[in-house]
Structures are given as C-alpha cells and as structure tokens.
Design a protein around this ligand. Structure first.
Ligand code: LMR
Length: 395
C-alpha cells in the first residue's frame, strides 16, 4: 500500500535550517526561517517566559487534561491585545487555544470548508504553508497581487479581488508584518479593504502571527480591528510563537466573530462547537505548557511589563537593521530602500533562484528561494557582508 505514495519534497523553508547547520563556514549568515535573533545572533528565551515557567514549576499541581479548547485563561487574556478594550465585541467573539498559528489557520480553513466556503482569495506571495494547508484541506483558492514592484501594497488589486469574489467566498489577510513581503496596509488601505469585504459579503480569515514586531502591539492590531468593526463574521488565527518567542512550544489561538443580529449567540455557540469537534478530531487537545506560561505573564502586571519591554527591544533592533539597509540605498541592481518602510521579520528581494543559490554557495548567506530574507538574521557585524553579497550576485 505504501508504495502507492509519491514522495514529497521536504518543506523548502524548513530544509534551510539543516543546510545552514551543516555549513562549516564561520561567517555564514542565516536569513532563512522566521525566528528573531539578537545583535549577537541568538534566539534567547524571553526573561518573562523564564519567570513564568519557573512559576509553573512551582505552582502547577496537575497535568491532567483540559479539553479541546485548551487553556481558556490564556485565550481570554490575549483578547484585549488582539481586539482592544471591547475584547469580546459585545459577546460576539469566542476563541480556543491551538497548536501554534498553523493550527489556528488549519482550523479556520477547515471550519470555512465545512461551512460551505467555496473559494478563498489570497494575496501572493504569501507564507508558503498557507497554500499547503488549503491544498491539504481541499479548499479551492484564487491568487491576487498584493505587492507592487516598488515594495508597496497594491491595494487596488486587493480591493478588486474582494469585490470580484462570488457568494460563499472568502479572503485571507495578514494582520501585520506580511510574510514574506513585509508590506503592511495603511489605515486608509484597511478602511477600503474592510468596506470592500463588507459590501461584497466576503468572509475574512485574518492571520495575525507577528503582533508587536511591526510598529507596536496596538498599531499592529489596528487593521484587523478596523475590518472586524465592519463585518458580521470572521475567523482570526493568532500566533504567540514570535511575539513571545515560543516557537517550538506551539502557542496559538483561533477566534470566531459571529453576527450580532438574528441568532447571534446561538450562531457563535454552534460555530464554537464545530471548532471544538474539529480540534478534537485533529489534535484532541493543544499542548499546554507555552499557553500556560503566556497566561501567567498576561495576568501579572510586572511580567506583562517585562514582556512588552522585551518585545519593544526586538522591534527596535529590527527597525535599526531595516534603517541601515535602507540607508545603503542600493546593492548591485537591488533597491534596498523599501526595507526601511516595510515591517516585521521579512522582506523580499528581487533575486532569481540562481542568485539565491549563489548567495548561499559563494557567500554563505542562507535565504528562502523566493528571495525572502529574515532581517533579524542581520547584525552590525554581518550586514555589510550581506549587502556586498547582494551586490556581487546582481551586479
Ligand atoms: C516562517 O515563515 O519562517 C515562519 O512562519 C516559520 C514557519 O513555520 O514557516
């Protein structure tokens, strides 16, 4: 039976981790998978997380099962950060814990599929795993342009795709720090996108994986909140893997926004029961540890302040790297100035696959085949080497 299976190539992004690890050049540069790095190139555990983990060791008295919805204290404590002061939007939001943001995206797409969504519109390029998840669940999808060649958002194309969507169709949006382009929408753009979604009656799925890494915790949630204020229903996939540095602990959440009118509460309960059933059939229950640590942080004002301070430092370092790249102006034929106004861990350089391979083979610089770089992999020690390498392969 197993002979019938076709082999699958390893995930290209995750394969880079191994390739980079096997490279013995001491000055190699890892700009591949999206993890934050300090100016020394480390990805440390947040001090706030260490403190919360210690509290867990001291206080946790059981590891008995919680249920498919996971740690509801965690789910509720996150809501004001995501949705603002009216965190449940008048009782219209219900959420559950998921294994990472990926688990939340998967649940969102599976729920949409089950509820009869016939097609999802997605801006490309997008996080490659989005297409893999859609393919695996069997959700048809259509691509629209998201980015202009000058590194700004192509909002006209986004709005046109939404307005052109048929009945029972949805749109997948990145809340902030777009992966891979780093191109975020302005407040006016979000306004136009929200209006288009509401008027065309399209179902939004919003993926928020980098809150706080772009402009700030509140600023990075503003677009999502402006869309949710205009629409009757939505799904939100949330990840704490980056903004709490929990990567391998897989800390995420899935939220449902349901219609306030008609059978609002009943609709929300029904939808939540479906999310519960899907979670049970997929992973039964999410892993507890990371979410419990995040809950402890968000329920303690000192730990919360410490976490926000650590997040601010991450964001500030990335802004400095971006500013430095933008200051360089050009590297060979590549204009680096858009990196200064883009956000988060990622930006895409217009390099061919061959040029990406030359970056790796000739210069020891590891980046995704799409030309995506993780700017957090750059430090004041390797940034000039990186700029020279780009100049060399494109010059
Ligand atoms: C990335 O895009 O590098 C991250 O989101 C990690 C992942 O799971 O792909």
């Amino acid at each position: 039976m197993l002979n019938r299976l076709e082999s699958q190539s390893p995930d290209a992004l995750l394969a880079l981790i191994k390739l980079h690890a096997a490279d013995e050049r001491p000055d190699k540069v890892d700009l591949g998978v999206g993890v934050y790095r300090t100016g020394q190139g480390d990805t440390p555990v947040f001090a706030a997380i260490k403190a919360a983990e210690q509290l867990l060791v001291d206080r946790q008295d059981s590891k008995s099962y919680l249920g498919p919805e996971g740690d509801m204290g965690f789910v509720n404590a996150l809501m004001p950060y995501i949705f603002g002061s009216n965190a449940t939007m008048g009782g219209r939001i219900a959420g559950m814990q998921t294994p990472g943001g990926t688990g939340a995206v998967r649940l969102a797409v599976a729920m949409a599929h089950k509820a009869g969504m016939t097609r999802l519109h997605m801006g490309i390029p997008s996080w490659p795993n989005h297409a893999q998840i859609l393919g695996d669940i069997g959700m048809p999808w259509a691509a629209f342009d998201h980015a202009n060649p000058d590194g700004t958002a192509n909002v006209e194309a986004v709005v046109a795709a939404i307005r052109g969507a048929g009945p029972n169709e949805g749109v997948l949006l990145h809340a902030c720090c777009h992966n891979p382009t780093g191109i975020d929408y302005s407040a006016e753009d979000w306004d136009a996108i929200g209006d288009a979604i509401a008027e065309a009656d399209v179902f939004p799925i919003i993926d928020s994986a980098y809150q706080g890494l772009g402009q700030g915790l509140e600023e990075d949630a503003a677009g999502l909140r402006s869309v949710l204020a205009k629409v009757p229903e939505a799904f939100i996939a949330y990840s704490c893997d980056k903004n709490f540095g929990m990567y391998r602990d897989r800390v995420g959440a899935f939220y449902i926004l349901a219609d306030a009118e008609a059978a609002g509460a009943e609709t929300l309960d029904k939808a939540f029961s479906n999310a519960n059933a899907l979670a049970r059939a997929s992973w039964s229950m999410p892993p507890d540890h990371g979410a419990a640590a995040v809950r402890l942080i968000l329920r303690d004002s000192d730990l919360t302040a410490q976490w926000i301070d650590e997040l601010d430092q991450m964001r500030e370092r990335m802004r400095q790297v971006r500013a430095r790249l933008a200051e360089a102006g050009t590297a060979g034929s590549v204009d680096l100035t858009p990196l200064g106004y883009q956000n988060g861990l990622f930006s895409v350089l217009p390099l061919s696959k061959e040029q990406v391979v030359r970056m790796r083979d000739e210069h020891g610089v590891y980046m995704a085949g799409s030309g995506r770089i993780n700017v957090a992999g750059l430090t004041m020690d390797n940034i000039d080497k990186f700029i020279d390498a780009v100049a060399d392969v494109t010059g």
